[in-house]
Write a protein that binds this ligand. Structure first.
Ligand code: AMP
Length: 562
């Protein structure tokens, strides 16, 4: 079997990018009103093709340029005989090649490698076995497949039975196995819904790790005693399953004996937007969820928590690593900012990242770059007030990263709470089709928020820096005691002063608008601070939820971020 790409084909169109694919293919008649015919006719119509049908068997395909027969294998010849000559005729059997269609010069086979039930089918992302009696017939089958978002691949007639058997094992036999598991589980009083998450995780592991590494359980551990007990239980509760159990146990023993191949390094590093898009295209075509974690590198557990969240929520994870010059002001630490791409790449690989996007500055800001994104209002307080232009740089680069990766979900840290608010507003105002997922601040055991800039701190400076989380805990305590923001800030200022730390700012603002907050009741309040300790300019914050003054809640807020 060989996946086809565009060079293989006598065609210049790619269905997804060519709005004229329908007209390139002409009118398509779908014959067969069963599940497959109904699903294919609907999906082709949705893809923009002119479709007749699904039509009843015996339809001649009058007015159609091509006719797709979705009938049982034994009825293909009769259905083909009814089709008026001069049309391209194809069938959807996995077992038969194009020659199963007699009496038509140009014929093709298009077998969607997808299960079709009464509720339909998800063709996008699935494979499609294609074959044709002429280059034009093959190109037609391929165009139909790509119009449905499928991945066409060629199967030689001599490989067809093996291919079809593989499809049966992957799909039907799996259902047979699950039905057997269901029967035994029921005999033990367990509901089938309990099996479903296990089945899903197993299939995902098989896909991600390969069969040897995905195997778990007593047979893999060589625990034959447990297997013998299982076998006895099968013999007693469901003897009709014993042969199946024995055959599968033997096959599993054989597989477990094979050494697991070293997992393929899945991380790929790309440097250009074009390469990033090309690498993401198959994921997008397959309808996979894409997650983006924008970073400036020098990874710590804060970054890794975002990567972990992305891995949990998304099928494909992109991490960008770009020390963005436009968000640094004159005299800031752009040149000194810690950089270690090799270490970051190793951590990203260990974290299950698929793509590391490391663009050079000229890729992001080519000569003549003239556009800036400005989010008004939210950027005029706190960090924005002290670092003019900083959030313009952030908003511009984040929008560029969103356009480059087109993620479904983008992950940010609450450590940079104002940045998160600015990005949420950017997304809302510009209708960007991305969900912004903001995750809690990760702290060291001593409470200091992790930051790439902590690397600048000497041990005594680090001790002094602990005044920042202490100050924020003082805020939480004050809020829990029913004090007003003004008093909470005074308590925080006292903690900072005791350590000789002078804040650049220490403010209580509405978490939504970032305007000063006078009480802790009407809104969620963000208490944010910035302070220089030695060479390091540190920022930190705490969110005090509206109206909830219970001390446990306050304490939990800072601790659960740790
Ligand atoms: P940076 O590399 O500093 O631009 O940070 C990249 C992302 O990591 C941003 O969304 C930050 O908010 C987030 N981040 C940085 N430090 C932490 C932390 N300690 N906990 C959680 N997220 C963080």
């Amino acid at each position: 079997m060989r996946e086809l790409d565009r060079q293989d084909l006598d065609t210049s169109e790619c269905a997804r990018s060519d709005p004229g694919v329908g007209s390139a293919l002409g009118r398509c008649a779908v014959v067969g009103r069963g599940r497959l015919g109904t699903a294919l006719a609907g999906a082709l119509r949705e893809a923009g093709l002119a479709v007749d049908g699904p039509l009843g068997r015996g339809a001649a395909g009058e007015g159609a340029d091509l006719v797709l027969l979705c009938v049982p294998d034994s009825e293909i010849a009769a259905a083909a005989a009814a089709v008026a000559p001069g049309r391209l005729v194809g069938h959807c059997s996995g077992a038969l090649g194009p020659d199963a269609i007699p009496g038509h010069a140009e014929r093709f086979a298009l077998h969607p490698l997808m299960t079709v039930t009464a509720s339909g089918a998800r063709f996008a992302g699935a494979g499609a076995a294609v074959a044709g009696s002429t280059p034009r017939a093959l190109a037609t089958a391929t165009k139909l497949a790509t119009a449905l978002g499928m991945r066409p691949f060629a199967v030689a007639d001599s490989d067809r039975a093996a291919y079809h058997a593989a499809a049966s094992i992957a799909s039907n036999f799996l259902v047979t196995l699950e039905a057997a598991a269901e029967r035994l589980a029921a005999a033990a009083g367990a509901d089938r819904s309990l099996l479903a998450p296990l089945v899903r995780a197993t299939v995902e592991n098989w896909e991600r790790l390969g069969p040897e590494a995905a195997l778990t359980g007593p047979l893999v551990r060589g625990d034959e005693e447990t297997v013998a007990r299982q076998r006895a239980a099968v013999a007693e509760r469901a003897p009709e399953l014993l042969d199946l159990f024995d055959a599968l146990a033997d096959a599993t023993r054989e597989l477990a004996a094979k050494p697991a191949p070293a997992p393929a390094p899945r991380l790929r590093t790309v440097h250009t937007v074009a390469d990033l898009r090309a690498a993401l295209a198959p994921h997008r075509r397959a309808g996979r969820t894409i997650g983006l974690v924008p970073t400036m590198g020098a990874f710590h557990e804060g970054h890794l928590s975002l990567i972990h969240a992305a891995r949990e929520r998304c099928d494909a994870v992109v991490v960008s690593l770009f020390v963005n010059p436009t968000q640094f002001g004159p005299g800031e630490d752009l040149a000194a900012y810690p950089r270690d791409e090799a270490r970051d790449a190793a951590l990203a690989a260990a974290g299950g990242v698929d793509l590391l996007f490391v663009p050079p500055v000229a890729e992001v800001y080519p000569d003549g770059f003239a556009t800036t994104v400005h989010v008004a209002g939210l950027t005029e307080t706190l960090e924005g007030e002290r670092r003019p232009g900083h959030f313009d740089g952030v908003a511009t680069v984040v929008l560029k990263l969103f356009n480059a990766a087109q993620p479904d979900i983008a992950f940010f840290g609450r450590k940079d709470a104002q940045q998160a608010a600015v990005i949420r507003r950017l997304v809302r105002d510009l209708d960007l089709p991305v969900e912004v997922d903001v995750r809690p601040t990760v702290r060291d055991a001593d409470g200091l928020a992790l930051s790439s800039r902590n690397a600048y701190l000497s041990p005594p400076e680090r001790e002094r820096a602990l005044a920042l989380p202490r100050a924020l805990r003082a805020v939480e305590r004050a809020a829990a005691d029913g004090l007003a923001p003004r008093e909470a800030l005074a308590a925080a200022r006292a903690e900072l002063a005791a350590a000789g730390v002078e804040p650049e700012y220490l403010e209580a603002v509405s978490a939504q608008t970032l305007r000063p907050a006078d009480d802790f009741f009407a809104q969620d309040v963000l208490v944010a601070l910035a302070a220089r300790v030695g060479r390091a300019r540190l920022i930190d914050n705490v969110l005090v939820p509206a109206g909830d003054r219970r001390p446990e809640h306050g304490r939990q807020a800072l601790e659960c971020n740790a």
